[in-house]
Design a protein around this ligand. Structure first.
Ligand code: TRP
Ligand code: SF4
Length: 338
């Protein structure tokens, strides 16, 4: 629920489909923890998805629901936070127009992540000249997402900090041009997140097929963990292992195990008291145990097929009301006829 005394937070995630453990540990756990202290707005960034996948939209609706379901299963609470869909809040698009007028083109051009996105387009063998107007303007749209609620803080990963800096620059420019102090300059809120690698040692990601989904069954989780990289020099079970060189499995232990368990595994590995197969089996049990309440809740929520849709629609209604209040102030500041 919105609350005047609490500082505001806005953050969003693209609808990429079912979420994995990297999302959970890197983002969601943190979002869940912020819910009591802050007035939180969390949204599914479906317009942002269109910036790169405008011609591949068959799954977008399903992906939106899958993301929302994972969010709620992980503990985002529609009673505490405003959970909404970006495209259901047209006020953000409207604000984007006003911001796009005052944003110098070269501020957008120097955006570092835009270069990465351009690379994605290139990898999809599309000519760079096909970088769309919308993709190019995506940092300004992100600014509109944040300023639509006049946020105080934006919890993001390090890769998104440049965007929050741009948001601050645009907010300041708006205030200067229209001689107002209307917009806050929102600050990034970084979390110290343990980086959870994919099972092959690369960054965890859906497209690399190296992830464990929040919604995976216990069997699938076990199977996936069995493919995880271990100490590559350890060939036979009676070879002594080196946890420090166990790229993935031991790293996971450090996230999922207690200190005691981690020490025990470390010791048993070094003394060849435990084989990698057994170690992985134990880890999978541990991961499944940790995820059990989340997975149960997910199944529970899924039983009512309308529930998720209702949550998205109700949350978006609340977001629209708040964003319209901010928009009214913008019309006033810009001196638009209204
Ligand atoms: N750009 C972010 C990402 O790709 C998602 C996002 C869109 C976002 N708008 C935002 C995050 C506003 C925080 C605030 O991960
Ligand atoms: Fe890694 Fe465990 Fe094998 Fe040791 S026993 S190398 S910690 S998987």
């Amino acid at each position: 629920m919105t609350n005047d005394l609490k500082k505001r937070i806005v953050s969003g995630m693209r609808p990429t489909g079912k979420l994995h453990l990297g999302h959970y540990f890197g983002v969601l756990k943190n979002w869940v923890n912020l819910q009591d202290e802050f007035d939180c707005f969390y949204f599914i960034a479906d317009w942002h998805a269109l910036t790169t996948k405008y011609n591949d939209t068959n799954d977008i609706g399903q992906n939106v629901e899958d993301v929302a379901l994972d969010w709620l299963a992980c503990g985002l609470d529609p009673e505490k936070s405003v959970i909404y869909l970006q495209s259901m809040v047209p006020q953000t698009a409207c604000l984007h127009i006003y911001l796009s007028m005052i944003t110098p083109q070269n501020w957008v051009e120097r955006d570092p992540t835009l270069k990465d996105l351009a690379k994605i387009m290139k990898d999809r063998q599309e000519n760079m000249s096909n970088l769309s107007y919308g993709l190019f303007g995506y940092p300004v749209l992100m600014t509109a997402d944040i300023l639509s609620f006049n946020a105080d803080f934006v919890p993001v990963g390090i890769d998104q900090v440049a965007h929050v800096e741009l948001t601050r620059d645009i907010a300041r420019r708006f205030n200067n041009i229209y001689k107002t102090d209307y917009f806050n300059e929102p600050a990034p809120k970084l979390t110290k997140i343990p980086l959870l690698k994919g099972l092959d040692g690369n960054k965890m990601g859906k497209s690399f097929n190296n992830d464990i989904k929040i919604s995976d069954s216990e069997e699938i989780t076990q199977k996936k963990i069995n493919t995880g990289i271990t100490d590559r020099n350890r060939i036979r079970k009676d070879d002594k292992g080196s946890p420090d060189n166990c790229e993935v499995i031991f790293d996971y232990w450090k996230i999922f195990g207690s200190n005691e368990e981690v020490n025990q595994i470390c010791c048993d590995c070094k003394n060849a008291k435990i084989g990698c197969a057994q170690c992985k089996k134990m880890l999978a049990n541990k991961v499944n145990q940790t995820l059990a309440p989340i997975r149960e809740k997910r199944l529970e929520l899924q039983k009512d097929s309308n529930y998720i849709k209702d949550v998205i629609i109700e949350g978006s209604k609340k977001a629209k009301i708040e964003a319209q209040i901010v928009m009214n102030g913008v019309l006033e500041a810009v001196k638009m006829y209204h």
